[in-house]
Design a protein around this ligand. Structure first.
Ligand SMILES: [Zn+2]
Length: 110
């Protein structure tokens, strides 16, 4: 009788171990699927946001009366080009970009 109960316990342990193995692999697969879904969602959102940015039309230029006369010089720190801004929507406008970078303010000309 003792032998039989030992065998039953061994079979029980074996079944338990197999069940744990199967459950573990299923859970690991579920986890991988979950990660893949999260990454796919993030990539999709990023792509849609980029497309939306491309599709958004440029804002209309403001009325000439709203613009202010300014005299500001900017220099490109990379290639050395200089530009003078004469009209801007406000007195402290954002610097223009050159060589894909914002230009440095040289001096407001008074
Ligand atoms: Zn430049």
């Amino acid at each position: 009788m003792r032998l039989k109960s030992d065998r039953a316990a061994n079979i029980g342990l074996l079944v338990l171990a197999l069940a744990g193995l199967v459950a573990g692999s299923i859970l690991a697969d579920l986890f991988k699927v979950l990660i893949a879904v999260v990454i796919a969602y993030a990539v999709l959102r990023l792509g849609l946001a980029m497309l939306r940015n491309l599709a958004r039309p440029l804002p209309e230029p403001p009325d000439p009366g709203v613009l202010r006369k300014v005299k500001i010089e900017y220099r490109c720190a990379i290639c050395g080009a200089e530009v003078r801004m004469t009209v801007a929507p406000d007195e402290d406008p954002d610097p223009p970009r050159h060589c894909q970078d914002e230009m440095d303010l040289v001096a407001p000309i008074e």
